[in-house]
Design a protein around this ligand. Structure first.
Ligand SMILES: *[C@@H]1O[C@H](CO)[C@@H](O)[C@H](O)[C@H]1NC(C)=O
Ligand SMILES: *[C@@H]1O[C@H](CO)[C@@H](O)[C@H](O)[C@H]1NC(C)=O
Ligand SMILES: *[C@@H]1O[C@H](CO)[C@@H](O)[C@H](O)[C@H]1NC(C)=O
Length: 447
């Protein structure tokens, strides 16, 4: 009750910047996805020798505190309190039935010891590190096979100090794939709320092979020019709900993924039932993305009430030959975008391959993409839909879309190929491949 009241207040505060369709809508939240646990057993990082002076390395304190939670197994789990202060630490792993609670002014900051950062095996659905062959650096905060974990508090900060990693990427001196700021693998019943994530070395929040994950009311920040700092990447995961968050990074704000080419096809784990709502942000790449790694398939995605500023591409569905996978039943609605290179892009030739063993006949299927209620200003090109010749995209339905150009600049028209579907009330008008459904005809989506 209290929670929904707060989110209603939060919504009302955000409402003026949103478009008019959403103002009348009821506020729906993620609250059914995971139950928030109250924990009566509480410990503080300072009980384990933690010092928040910004210089002391607290790795042993974090590991000891989490070891205590894992092995003492108090009924209802344990809350680990991080008081105000800057707690420098190397990477650490979470365990089940714990809450990591960051007080107001608490910062958990990654060391920059890139030379002895631990390595772990590549994800089976990627076959190798995403950036470089071989293993990958362990995420700063990592969890494998856990359940019932909460990361919350009073807007404390988890800081990856990623600039050393970005510079290694720029200078091409990286040996392995950079660490994520936080990764959950094979985990369920996870809540991340009221935390600020900043300066991730690579992707910020990466739930992979997970179910029942809620990410709400978070702030994710990384410089506009920081490489591959995706905000949230649900990957081969189901029942993921992301809402009420501000994300401003150097790469896609939210990208739903499911593995890479032959490795992702063999692993065969889709991402499904993903809800993304009330997200505001900016990025030189995409706001809402599907792919490009989507080899396990992506289905049943709803993204709504999205506000984007200074964007590369507002909405981007991306895949490639060799990916395989079915992308279907994707709905994106109520999007406002301002100052974007491109409004909507659905394309079958985006992204690289893990190696030359990918199967060129593994063609992805893209069907049932509904995009409606999109309002854009200062959008240089409204859209591009390039299907695949032997696997044309079907059921691409656009409605109530207005993407306005930049005053004084000639707008590049829509470009389409190998696509079928329908459009109504779209300006500028897309392509002849999309049949006008203005006469009331429905946009038929095969399932
Ligand atoms: C979002 O964060 C703010 C500040 O910490 C807090 O006041 C508010 O209650 C949070 N909203 C929700 C829905 O948790
Ligand atoms: C953390 O988890 C990783 C991967 O599961 C493992 O390789 C590593 O040894 C763990 N670290 C600690 C300190 O337990
Ligand atoms: C905490 O974060 C939320 C979500 O981004 C934001 O709305 C709120 O203003 C923040 N509150 C404080 C006290 O910084």
């Amino acid at each position: 009750m209290f929670g929904s009241l707060l989110s209603l207040l939060c919504f009302l505060v955000m409402a003026p910047s949103m478009n008019s369709w959403s103002a009348a809508a009821d506020v729906i939240t993620c609250s059914g996805t995971v139950t928030m646990r109250y924990r009566s057993d509480k410990i503080s990082i300072t009980d384990f020798g933690g010092v928040g002076d910004g210089r002391t390395v607290n790795t042993l304190a974090f590991r000891a505190a989490i070891y205590r939670i894992e092995h003492l197994r108090r009924r209802g789990g344990t809350l680990l309190y991080i008081p105000p202060g800057v707690y420098l630490t190397e990477s650490f792993n979470l365990t089940s039935h714990m809450t990591l609670y960051l007080a107001k002014g608490a910062v958990i900051r990654a060391t920059q010891n890139t030379w002895n950062w631990p390595l772990i095996a590549p994800l089976p659905s990627y076959g190798r590190g995403r950036e470089l062959p071989g293993g990958r650096y362990l995420s700063f905060i990592h969890a494998d096979g856990v359940r019932d974990v909460v990361i919350t508090g009073e807007n404390g900060t988890i800081d990856g100090q990623g600039d050393v990693w970005w510079n290694m990427w720029r200078q091409k001196t990286l040996q392995f794939t950079r660490p994520n700021l936080i990764e959950f693998m094979h985990s369920r019943h996870i809540i991340i709320t009221n935390v600020i994530f900043q300066n991730s070395p690579f992707w910020n929040i990466h739930p992979v092979y997970c179910s029942n994950v809620v990410i709400r009311n978070v702030t994710i920040l990384a410089p506009y020019d920081s490489p591959n700092t995706d905000g949230i990447d649900p990957d081969s995961s189901s029942n993921v709900c992301i809402e009420d968050s501000y994300i401003s990074t150097g790469d896609d704000l939210v990208a739903v993924k499911s593995g890479w080419d032959e490795y992702g096809i063999a692993f065969g784990r889709p991402s499904s039932d993903i809800t993304i709502r009330r997200i505001t942000g900016s990025s030189p790449f995409a706001g809402i993305a599907i792919g490009s790694e989507s080899s396990g398939g992506v289905e049943n995605v709803l993204a709504e009430n999205i506000n984007l500023y200074n964007m590369g591409i507002g909405i981007h569905v991306k895949t490639n030959t060799g990916r395989g996978g079915v992308i279907r039943n994707i709905t994106v609605s109520d999007v406002y975008m301002e100052n974007a290179r491109m409004g909507i892009k659905i394309s079958g030739n985006v992204g690289d391959h893990p190696d030359d063993k990918f199967n060129p006949n593994a063609l992805p299927i893209v069907t049932g993409i509904r995009i409606n209620q999109v309002w854009g200003v200062k959008v240089q090109q409204p859209g591009l839909i390039h299907g695949i010749k032997n696997s044309p995209f079907t059921g691409i339905c656009l409605s109530n879309i207005s993407l306005n150009g930049v005053a004084g600049l000639r707008t590049t028209p829509w470009q389409c190929s190998d696509v079928s579907g329908g459009a109504q009330r779209v300006t500028p008008w897309p392509c002849s491949e999309l049949i006008s459904t203005d006469g009331g005809g429905s946009c038929a989506i095969p399932f």
